[in-house]
Design a protein around this ligand. Structure first.
Ligand code: KG4
Ligand code: ZN
Length: 343
């Protein structure tokens, strides 16, 4: 039986921090009733990356149909929604404003509360969405690895809203490294899924690429050396090297991500790991993380591929958990494009 403390009113969340316009609705028991994502990737592909003003204009066009589609799929009426949430940062200012203003407008019209959610918290908690309640709550103590286009973070979780950053990247984010190396190889943006696919046919040992580990107990990441090594290698290569180079590059990124995540778990004496963010879709990362965690006796939660890239389900999930832990946001609170997960 559900305990009453786990009940919230039905909740609608909007995500618009970058190039996905998304809306999701959770029922009072936290179950997913609807999740809609309208991607703008095609629109930005010609530019080789996301153009902020193009993104915000497209969010404006998409936000109403996306919210309406989610409402229709949920089977609820707008008056049934008791909490409205939106991503308030980090992200592109003009893009964040759209989802934020829309969710606040609905909250005011419905005389319901509004919650501003940190996009990174959405990713961080996404591996734990929909898991059955067990005696050991993974949120009580776990290590979260966020690997997205904008961020690479190792975080110690000690409950919803209680986080400590253990390490970030000194330069490029993991997804950014995939995208930049992909660009050098002439692959379309975003290149992560392309490299993942091409690497399946390649030999990961063909090219010896650097694995930046910094110090022994250092949980920070750096991918710029690897990126530069690929840049200098490409002109020297002949023949059909694409698949082998993709596999070798991917292996260099994955091995660092896995080793540092396990090191964080060891340093913090933690037996639970959650992996999230777009790069969390990567087939090799998922397989390598699974075998390393199995060997170390660590319980691994990999976020579902549909929750790995940007979506509003993860924002709704984080909003629900933070609502239950007492978070309330003033309607006067603005967006924060540089909002940090901690501090
Ligand atoms: O989490 P996300 O949708 O957006 C941010 O919040 O940044 O992540 C997008 C990133 C892109 O850099 C993309 O290339 C990468 O995730 N990505 C992948 C894969 N799928 C998406 N990287 C490696 N392998 C994949 N299968
Ligand atoms: Zn994201």
């Amino acid at each position: 039986m559900k305990s009453p403390v786990d009940c919230t009113p039905a909740l609608l969340a909007i995500e618009s921090s970058c190039d996905e316009t998304a809306a999701a609705i959770l029922g009072a028991d936290g179950g997913l009733l609807a999740s809609e994502v309208a991607s703008q990737i095609e629109l930005h592909r010609v530019h080789g990356g996301v153009v902020p003003e193009v993104a915000s204009r497209r969010h404006l066009e998409l936000v109403t149909p996306v919210v309406h589609a989610a409402m229709a799929a949920s089977g609820l009426e707008i008056g049934d929604i008791g909490i409205f949430a939106a991503t308030s940062g980090p992200g592109l200012a003009s893009a964040l404003l759209v989802g934020n203003a829309y969710a606040k407008g609905l909250a005011i019209a419905q005389n319901a509360p509004f919650l501003g959610i940190n996009h990174l918290e959405g990713h961080l908690l996404s591996p734990f969405f929909g898991i059955p309640k067990s005696e050991t709550d993974p949120l009580a103590h776990s290590i979260g690895l966020i690997v997205s286009g904008g961020h690479t973070l190792l975080v110690e979780i000690r409950g919803a809203g209680t986080y400590e950053i253990l390490g970030g990247t000194l330069d490029d984010a993991a997804g950014e490294a995939f995208d930049k190396v992909g660009k050098m190889l002439g692959l379309p943006y975003p290149a992560g899924p392309e490299i993942d696919r091409l690497a399946l046919q390649g030999d990961p040992k063909r090219y010896d690429l650097p694995r930046s580990m910094a110090g022994k107990d250092d949980l920070r990441f750096s991918f710029s050396g690897l990126k530069t090594a690929v840049r200098y290698l490409i002109p020297k290569l002949e023949g059909d090297y694409l698949a082998d180079l993709c596999a070798s590059f991917q292996e260099a990124v994955v091995s660092v991500l896995v080793r540092k995540t396990l090191l964080a778990a060891e340093m913090r004496k933690c037996r639970v790991v959650g992996v999230s963010g777009g790069v969390g879709c990567n087939g090799r990362l998922r397989a390598a993380m699974q075998s390393a965690c199995r060997e170390a006796g660590i319980e691994l939660y990999l976020c579902a591929p549909s929750l790995a890239t940007d979506n509003a389900t993860m924002i709704a999930h984080a909003a629900r958990l933070r609502w239950l832990s007492g978070l309330r946001t003033s309607l006067d609170a603005g967006i924060d494009p540089n909002w940090r997960l901690v501090g």
